[in-house]
Design a protein. Structure first.
Length: 173
């Protein structure tokens, strides 16, 4: 009987220790899953913040480049171009180029398509403005046609902004 009692005692102790070990392992697994979920949530949040900052800068710099082109055209009509005008236009172009380059690395295709259309239109009008400034326009390039092309960029900017807002989950209403 003593052996039976010892076997029962050993099995009881082993069961108690085994239960504690299984409980500890289960808790560790649950903690690991919780940490993974928190990390995944933080990654999603950081990605959203990165896209939001990029989109804000791209929207701002694209609008400023468009406005700078408009101001440059007005200066060409009204008084002639000065160095300060050229510098302002080139600074707006450089700022837009930098934020567009960042967007190329961050934005999904649904945003990059409209952003590329804006970039293309801005650079096209910039080239036209510079040719007019040098008095070397291509066929069909006049102050009026370039001004219309510059004004058309605002529609592209609205499309780009709508795509950005949709990607960020911001309602349009």
């Amino acid at each position: 009987m003593e052996i039976g009692a010892m076997v029962i005692a050993v099995v009881g102790v082993a069961g108690t220790l085994g239960g504690a070990l299984l409980t500890q392992r289960g808790a560790e697994r649950a903690k690991r899953r919780e940490i993974e979920l928190v990390r995944a949530h933080e990654e999603v949040r950081e990605n959203l913040a990165l896209r939001r900052a990029c989109y804000t800068a791209l929207n701002r710099d694209s609008r400023q480049f468009t406005t700078a082109l408009n101001r440059h055209l007005h200066a060409m009509r009204e008084r002639g171009i000065e160095d300060a005008d050229r510098e302002a236009l080139d600074a707006a172009k450089a700022a837009h180029r930098d934020t567009y380059s960042e967007a190329q690395m961050i934005a999904p295709d649904s945003v990059l398509g409209p952003a590329t259309a804006v970039n293309h239109a801005l650079n096209l009008v910039y080239g036209q403005v510079k040719r007019l400034e040098r008095d070397a326009p291509e066929e069909g390039e006049t102050m009026e046609t370039v001004s219309r092309a510059q004004q058309a960029i605002w529609d592209l900017l609205r499309e780009m902004r709508a795509a950005m807002r949709a990607d960020l989950g911001v309602s349009s209403g």
